[in-house]
Design a protein around this ligand. Structure first.
Ligand code: IPM
Ligand code: MG
Length: 367
């Protein structure tokens, strides 16, 4: 059988730096675990704009549709801030999500023991934290029509539309319930049913779907209260299911709880392809970090953990994903730190490449 295929889109800023470490990890699995991938690489975001004048070319889009999984680094940067909205780097990312129909965005927020002190919250509130946010990724206000800026009575008006069909709410809900079944069987759905009709529909549909998952304890929460509860007592949650915009905000909030945005991966999953694997893209939750770009000090762990999610969700290699995650936990427990993880006690931070080195060494030790 042919090797599974990966399309790597390093993107902008620190994207290429952290992705370089992921490529070493991919090679390691090929050499040491007989798990070889056919890897190709292409441009997205500002990097694609510089070459093609668009943040994602049609050729790259077509490739993304064909591979077994896409790994993305990060997009955006100050050089592109003033571009027309239609060609901004973020549009490349949104096009991938929309055209691949990646409706279920899995954003785990996990607090690594070794890093509990880095959270802005008290240690006992976050230590052991392990929650999963499932964000609907292909609809809602990000894509709803009508949208735009027009003029009415000499006054500019900005319009975006929050729109959800029941089918869109339902398929994401099923992904969230399935995940809850594999975890602690608790699902909290978040919307604003107190002010939005789309929220009322959301609550109804999630409740209907819950009939198929009687073992899962379902609760509903207004998203603003959800934000508050996330910082008050995050360990009350297991899986959270929410819409595209609330999910964007709540997942940043959850990410910060864990102490470092540089640590968090994500998976964006769609319908199964002919080979049974879901359409999939994996990316770190962090951005392109222009402030530290090119300095070799970015933390590659979120991007590496995104590859671990690919092993788990695209390639059914849960044991190998565990191996990679355990290697990362081990190096952190041993004190390996990139600059973003330096505490007040100081010390010499590892470079991006050095962090890759120690993770590869820990993988070797795992054999
Ligand atoms: C994210 C990001 C994106 C989003 C941006 C870069 C378009 O914030 O993945 O959370 O808003 O979805
Ligand atoms: Mg975001």
């Amino acid at each position: 059988m042919a090797n599974p295929s990966l399309l790597i889109l390093p993107g902008d800023g620190i994207g290429p730096e952290v992705m370089a470490q992921v490529k070493r990890i991919i090679d390691w699995f090929g050499e040491k675990r007989d798990l070889a991938f056919d890897v190709s690489e292409d441009l997205v975001g500002g990097a694609a704009y510089d070459k093609h004048g668009v943040p994602l070319s049609d050729e790259t889009m077509a490739k993304a549709q064909e591979v077994d999984a896409v790994l993305l680094g990060a997009v955006g940067g100050p050089a592109y801030d003033n571009l027309d909205f239609s060609v901004k780097p973020e549009r490349g990312l949104l096009r991938l999500r929309k055209e691949m129909d990646l409706y279920a965005n899995l954003r785990p927020a996990q607090c690594f023991d070794a890093l509990a002190d880095f959270s802005s919250l008290k240690k006992d509130i976050v230590s052991g934290l392990d929650i999963m946010i499932v964000r609907e990724l292909t609809s809602g206000v990000y894509f709803g029509e009508p949208r735009g800026i027009h003029t009415e009575d000499n006054m500019r008006v900005g319009v975006n539309t929050q729109r959800y069909t029941e089918a869109e709410i339902e398929r994401g809900a099923r992904s969230a319930f399935e995940l809850a079944m594999k975890r602690n069987k608790k699902l909290c759905s978040m919307e604003k049913a107190n002010v939005m009709e789309s929220g009322i529909l959301w609550r109804d549909v999630v409740t209907e779907v819950s009939a198929d998952y009687p073992e899962v304890e379902l609760s509903h929460m207004y998203a603003d209260n959800g934000a508050m509860q996330l910082v008050r007592a995050p360990k009350q949650f297991d899986v959270i299911y929410t819409d595209n915009l609330f999910g964007d905000i709540l997942s940043d909030c959850a990410a910060m709880l864990t102490g470092s945005l540089g640590m968090l991966p994500s998976a964006s999953l769609g319908q199964p392809m002919a080979n049974g694997r879901p359409k999939a893209m994996y990316e770190p939750v962090h951005g392109s970090a222009p402030d530290i770009t090119g300095q070799g000090k970015a933390n590659p762990i979120a991007c590496i953990l995104s590859f671990a999610m690919a092993l788990r969700y695209s390639f059914d290699e849960g044991a190998e994903a565990d191996r990679l995650e355990a290697a990362i936990e081990k190096v952190l427990a041993d004190g390996a730190r990139t600059g973003d993880l330096m505490g007040p006690e100081g010390g010499t931070p590892l470079s991006t490449v050095e962090m890759g080195d120690v993770i590869l060494a820990a993988l070797d030790d795992s054999l």
